[in-house]
Structures are given as structure tokens and as C-alpha cells.
Design a protein around this ligand. Structure first.
Ligand code: AGP
Length: 369
């Protein structure tokens, strides 16, 4: 087992540090900026159907559902196709409105999640086109979908999903760009710029990982907290949800993810000097708004940990702790901003003496209802 962990103390840490490579593997043969090409072989035949579809319904659970929420923003922004993201377990039990030719996209690391499988069967019985994004080659979901794309993240052993999430977001981003292009929504220059930026993502992840010690120091200060709030807007909202899920799963600390603007509708009542609030506050169109949300938390003496874009001069003057990530296209930011959150949950869980790779009550794939 020590050999399999490749010198890391836990599989989860190994998998977090593997992300520059796993994202590169996911792009291999699919993205080539020099030649200006983007191919997703497994989906090629269905690209037309997706481009013509009136909506896309995504079904997934847990972290895969969060990847679906990221995809909702990207698809709607670039491809201008409405996306609905459904918990597979809810979808399958409420007589969903699915008609012949609708596109249903299932996302699953294991490819064995019972609720997701059942949701697919239901959508299939109503004539939908079923696409899948999975990590485990030859698992049940890829076998029952019409087409799909593998994430190629390699085996994920830690129960808390890390590299599978970034690989899912990577494939979904490629898919959204390919569909946007097919629809004629992307100018050639914008398309080329995306390819160029995508190829730089693995190095940028590597750079984020260089901040691991900084995240470890922050973890030491907050390891005894009883609650955490994670806030983000736009694409960073699903990242906030994912950060909170990671912390809950492996450290057993109660954590809530919220869209930052929703704070004033309730969660703000929770804020006092004992409440750590993690902001994903990268430079994007909602930056100024997030800055105001940080001020609101500080005015109530909350402790702010902020993930910011490199070179940010303002937020470091307000937040208690900051972790920088490199600049990239706004749409690609989740691939970087989630990494410090994975590390934060990992270090806190280790410091609390928790079984990081096999947290209590959880299984790697949930094959029961
Ligand atoms: C993530 O850290 C989880 N352990 C869990 O939420 C998982 O993402 C969910 O059960 C879905 O699994 P799948 O991707 O294999 O379908």
C-alpha cells in the first residue's frame, strides 16, 4: 500500500497532487492549441444533437453533481443552451418531464452509483439521448449510455473525490466549448484563446499546489472550529459547495456552502468571531460584490479565509488569510480555485486524527438506493 501511495501519507493527498497530470491526461489527444483543434471522440456523433437541443438535463450525485453545476454555468455562458442540474435521486422519483430526443447527461466517477443508473434508465425509457461522463472505464454507466467521454483521471482510491472532480469539470468544459463552436457562438480568436489557456491549466494547478504549506498553516488555526461557511458567486458557488462537502466528509466538521449573495437571507445570522468563512473570491465579474460580502462578514467579526487571484491587492487588506491562485480565463477558474479547498479539508482532517481515505459511514461508490 505504501508503494501505491507513492510516498504520500494518504491516497487523498496523492490524488490531490496528481491533478496536474490527471488534467493533462484528460486533455491528451483532445486539445491542441497549435493546431487549433478540440475533439471529444466519443461524443463526435452526437455533437449536432447537443447543439440543436433546447435544453440539457444533467443527473448526478455528490461531487459529480457539483461538477454538473459548474457545467451549467459554462454551457449557458458559451453554448447558450439552458441546463438543468438534477440530483439523480430526486429526478428518478418525481416523474420528470423528459421527451423524445432530450439530451440527458449523467456524470459519475465510479459509473456505478445506483441513483444515477436508475435516473438514466428512466430517461432512456422516455426516449432521451443519454450521454455519460465517467472515470471508471467499462463500468455500468458507460455501458448503458448512447455515447460519452471518459475523464481519464486514473483510479481514485480516496473516498473524497478530488482529481475526479477536476477531470469531470475539464471534460465538461471541453464539451461546452465544442458545442459553442458547433453552434457558431465562438469567434475563432476566442476559441484559440480557450485552447491556449486549457493547455496551461496543468502548470497552473502545479503552481497552486506550491501553496500547500500556506494552506496547512491556515488549517492549524481552524482545525478545532465546529462550523464553517463557504461562499462564492457564479462559477465559484459550486466550488463553495464542493469545498464544504469535502470538509464535512473527512473532518466531520459541519460546513455549509452558499451563494455569497444569499448570506443576507439567513446564514449571516450564524456569523460571529468563532465562524470561519471561506470565500472563493477570484477576479471575475462578481468580484466587487464578493468584496462587499467579505466586508459584511468582517463587520460581524467572522474570520475570513479567501482564495484570491494572484496580485489581488484589495482582499488581503480585509481577509484574515489569503491563498493565491494564478490568473486564467474566468470559465476555467474552478479548476484552480477548488484545489486550496481540497487541501484545507485534507489537512484539517489529518490534524483532527480522522481516517482521511476511508471516512466513517461512507463508501467510494454508493450502489444502494
Ligand atoms: C465525493 O467526495 C463523494 N464521496 C460522493 O459525493 C460522490 O461524489 C457521489 O457518491 C457520486 O459518486 P459517483 O461520482 O461515483 O457517481
Amino acid at each position: 500500500e505504501a508503494i501505491e501511495k507513492g510516498g504520500f501519507e494518504h491516497f487523498m493527498l496523492k490524488e490531490i497532487f496528481e491533478q496536474p497530470r490527471s488534467v493533462k491526461d484528460c486533455f491528451r489527444g483532445r486539445v491542441n492549441a497549435d493546431e487549433g483543434h478540440l475533439v471529444l471522440g466519443g461524443l463526435r456523433e452526437y455533437l449536432d444533437d447537443i447543439a440543436k437541443s433546447e435544453r440539457i438535463v444533467i443527473v448526478a450525485c455528490g461531487t459529480s453533481w457539483h461538477a454538473g453545476l459548474v457545467a451549467e454555468y459554462i454551457f449557458e455562458e458559451l453554448a447558450r443552451i439552458p441546463v438543468e442540474v438534477e440530483y439523480a435521486s430526486e429526478f428518478r422519483y418525481r416523474n420528470p418531464i423528459i421527451k423524445e430526443g432530450d439530451v440527458v447527461l449523467a456524470i459519475s466517477q465510479s459509473g456505478e452509483t445506483m441513483d444515477t443508473l436508475a435516473a438514466i434508465e428512466l430517461a432512456k425509457s422516455r426516449g432521451a439521448i443519454i450521454l455519460g461522463i465517467c472515470n471508471v472505464v467499462g463500468s455500468s454507466i458507460p455501458r448503458i449510455t448512447h455515447a460519452g467521454a471518459y475523464t481519464h483521471a486514473g483510479p481514485e482510491i480516496g473516498v473524497a473525490s478530488t482529481k475526479a472532480f477536476t477531470a469531470q469539470v475539464s471534460v465538461l468544459t471541453l464539451m461546452a466549448i465544442a458545442v459553442a463552436r458547433k453552434k457558431g457562438n465562438l469567434h475563432e480568436d476566442t476559441f484559440r484563446r480557450f485552447l491556449f489557456e486549457l493547455e496551461r491549466i496543468p502548470d497552473k494547478i502545479e503552481k497552486v499546489l506550491k501553496n500547500a504549506d500556506k494552506v496547512k498553516e491556515i488549517s492549524e488555526l481552524f482545525k478545532d472550529a465546529r462550523n464553517f461557511i463557504y461562499l462564492g458567486r457564479g462559477l465559484n458557488f459550486p466550488v463553495a459547495l464542493e469545498g464544504a462537502l469535502k470538509l464535512k466528509e473527512i473532518s466531520y466538521i459541519h460546513a455549509e456552502g452558499y451563494p455569497a449573495a444569499e448570506m443576507k437571507h439567513g446564514p449571516i445570522a450564524l456569523i460571529d468571531e468563532d465562524m470561519p468563512v471561506v470565500f472563493i473570491a477570484t477576479r471575475d465579474q462578481s468580484y466587487e460584490k464578493v468584496v462587499s460580502n467579505i466586508q459584511e462578514v468582517k463587520a460581524r467579526k467572522g474570520k475570513v479565509i479567501a482564495v484570491v487571484t494572484e496580485g489581488d491587492k484589495l482582499i488581503p487588506t480585509m481577509a484574515d488569510h489569503v491563498v493565491e491562485i494564478p490568473v486564467t480565463h474566468e470559465v476555467l477558474m474552478p479548476l484552480l480555485s477548488v484545489i486550496p479547498l481540497q487541501l484545507l479539508s485534507y489537512y484539517i482532517a489529518v490534524m483532527r486524527g480522522c481516517n482521511v481515505d476511508q471516512p466513517r459511514n461512507l463508501a467510494k461508490s454508493v450502489t444502494v438506493e
